[in-house]
Design a protein around this ligand. Structure first.
Ligand SMILES: Nc1ncnc2c1ncn2[C@@H]1O[C@H](COP(=O)(O)OP(=O)(O)OP(=O)(O)O)[C@@H](O)[C@H]1O
Ligand SMILES: [Mg+2]
Length: 623
């Protein structure tokens, strides 16, 4: 709208600029008219003569005649000194009046006279109080020989009639302004009511400017332009009605608002229709989808129509039913799986327990055998000790009652032999007792059942204790070679680590038929080496490399394993041993224990050569 209004103003000001040029042309024409008249007057010898002789009466008569035939408002004559000789003018009633100054001389302005020395005439405009502009031309009159004989002043009135003519012809309002913004002459009485400050801002020297003004409720656009007339400058403003343009604009406005309103109504209607036909079912669908999780049964939405939304709803209902069935099946399966898992766990616990019991049984059998030896020879020594003691008591009795028979009795009771054999028997008993004590101590260290906390363990001591318990199996058959490098204490569950060592060592012992060797070595590692090529399985320990590791190697010269056995040794219940000889749980339990400690077990084996187990345990287990 603003753009449109600007365009109207622009168009209007261009039109008004053309009209202002017309007005300027009219004013210029009147200047030329005055010059033409001046030329006629100067050529009139009668007039120049009477001017030269300052004959006011005759000049009045000549001027009266001239004014009658002419549109000029006044004709005034001055002698060569600039003193007024006579003046003739039209009064308000358009009748011609004459005037001749008597004693009070009236002089032409000295300024104009000096300017006229070099010029034929000067032109100027004056705004008179009675709503008119006087266009004045003062001309020099020269006699024969070029001598100045006087001056003629012609005044042409631009008045209400003039502006009324322009108004009628151009259909425009006209305002002539003084330089200070005051309205000098205007086509409408209202313009005289404005103060000069009101228009002052629109008057810009050397340029046109445009402004809007309401005349009695009607909008007008005005273009103001500076006008020069001779040595004077004033402003003329032409104003055209903007009523039609504004009416068109208003119509455009109405049309625009109507269109926008219709579009908005249509939009609102469309939105309402869309939301009830399209969005509502969609929202229902979304709500149903959101409620899907929490519903106890399959969610279905009523199908309202045959549109795509209806089809979508149908598909959703179908899908909902299918998902619901699948979910119910899944729940059932999960429940079954959970039950099976629970049963499996219970069975596993029972099996682990029974495996423990079996190995405990084996251990007890081994230990019983071990204890049997020292206790056996202590017992058999006891028979001799008892006999020796009885003989010595008898010898003491003989020495008291029959001292003479002592010498022969000593021989009879083999006193010398007893003296020699007794310390040996006592030493043997002491040895047996110490062995028994060691075994019992070893058992206690091994089980440490009371300790469920992490403990500092010397891994070399653990190896030795375990070997001690297996002493019965090793004796006279297997040679043990130790190569212990210093290792730090490790933090672990001692009984569990002992169980692992016992398992691996028992397997090694069982793998050796007849004579053989077991090599044990320990070392500290700063960083855990990567798993060996032949490693069957390894746990994935957390990064404990900053703290350090301890590596234990247990190698035997046993029968070794083929690759297909090696593949399975960590599987629970895998065993190659006969019924009642092995459960096949030893290594799988060991694997679990080492994994829990953040370590790993590596193994390599060669059939008929031997097997090496390498256990790597971090000094600190993972949290
Ligand atoms: N040092 C070894 N030399 C040869 N084979 C071995 C060795 N260690 C383990 N095995 C093989 O791995 C199998 C699994 O060992 P694991 O300790 O798990 O069970 P097991 O010794 O058979 O039974 P259990 O340990 O319950 O007495 C053994 O049956 C054996 O075939
Ligand atoms: Mg075993």
């Amino acid at each position: 709208m603003v753009k449109y209004e600007k365009a109207i103003d622009h168009e209007l000001s261009q039109r008004l600029a053309g009209n202002i040029q017309e007005v300027e042309a009219i004013l210029n024409d009147s200047k030329k008219d005055l010059q033409l008249r001046r030329d006629q007057y100067v050529r009139n010898p009668n007039l120049t003569y009477h001017l030269a002789i300052r004959d006011g009466g005759t000049l009045n008569a000549i001027a009266t005649n001239l004014l009658k035939m002419d549109s000029v408002s006044s004709l005034t004559f001055f002698d060569r000194d600039g003193r007024m000789v006579s003046s003739s003018f039209r009064d308000n009633k358009n009748s011609i009046r004459n005037f001749m100054p008597s004693q009070d001389a009236v002089f032409l302005s000295a300024k104009y006279m000096s300017e006229l020395k070099n010029k034929k005439d000067i032109s100027l405009a004056e705004f008179a109080d009675s709503k008119k502009i006087n266009l004045i031309q003062i001309s020099k009159v020269e006699g024969s020989g070029g001598r100045t004989v006087g001056y003629i002043e012609q005044i042409l009135n631009v008045n209400g009639e003039f502006v009324a003519r322009i108004k009628n012809r151009l259909k425009l309002e006209v305002i002539f302004f003084r330089d200070n913004g005051e309205v000098g002459l205007a086509s409408h009485p209202d313009f005289y009511l404005y103060k000069k400050e009101f228009f002052k801002n629109y008057l810009t020297p050397g340029a046109d400017s445009f402004f809007d003004l309401n005349i009695r409720g009607y909008p007008f656009g005005f273009l103001v332009s500076p006008v020069h007339w001779g040595i004077s400058k004033f402003y003329v403003a032409l104003g055209a009605s903007k009523n039609e343009a504004t009416a068109v604009l208003r119509n455009v406005n109405y049309t625009f608002i109507t269109i926008v309103g219709t579009v908005v109504v249509l939009l609102v209607f469309t939105i309402l229709v869309t939301s009830s036909w399209v969005l509502k079912p969609l929202y229902e669908l979304v709500d149903a989808l959101q409620a899907f999780e929490s519903q106890e049964q399959a969610v279905t939405i009523p199908v309202k129509n045959n549109t795509e939304i209806g089809l979508l709803t149908e598909s959703f209902n179908e899908m909902s039913k299918k998902i619901w069935t699948a979910r119910s099946d899944l729940k059932k399966k999960i429940f079954e799986l959970e039950t099976a898992n629970k049963e499996l766990k219970e069975t596993q616990t029972k099996l682990v327990h029974s495996a423990k019991m079996v190995s405990l049984g084996q251990l007890v059998a081994g230990v019983a055998h071990e204890l049997n030896n020292p206790i056996g020879f202590i017992y058999s020594n006891m028979v001799h000790l008892k006999e020796y003691a009885e003989r010595l008591i008898q010898l003491v009795n003989i020495a008291e009652s029959k001292p003479s028979q002592l010498a022969s009795s000593k021989v009879d009771f083999e006193f010398d032999y007893i003296v020699k054999d007794l310390p040996k028997l006592i030493a043997s008993c002491q040895d047996g007792a110490r062995r028994t004590k060691d075994i019992v101590l070893g058992l206690r260290n091994f089980s440490r059942l009371e300790e469920t906390k992490l403990q500092e363990v010397d891994i070399q001591m653990s190896l030795d204790t375990t070997l001690n318990l297996l002493q019965g199996e090793l004796k006279n058959r297997i040679e043990v070679h130790r190569q212990y490098e210093p290792t730090p204490l490790i933090y672990c569950y001692a009984s569990q680590i002992n169980q692992v060592l016992m398992n691996i060592l028992s397997n090694a012992v069982q793998a050796i038929d007849g004579q053989g060797d077991i090599w044990l070595s320990t070392m500290a590692l700063k960083e855990k080496k990567g798993s060996q090529e032949s490693s069957e399985a390894s746990s994935t320990p957390k990064d404990n490399s900053k703290i350090g590791w301890v590596q234990i190697s247990i190698q035997d010269s046993g029968k070794g394993m083929p690759p297909e056995t090696l593949e399975k040794i960590f599987d629970p219940f895998f065993t190659t041993k006969g019924v009642g000889q092995g459960t096949g749980l030893g290594l799988s339990i060991s694997y679990g224990i080492i994994q829990n400690h953040g370590g790993e077990i590596q193994v390599r084996s060669q059939l008929n050569v031997g097997t090496e187990f390498v256990v790597i345990i971090p000094i600190y287990p993972p949290v």
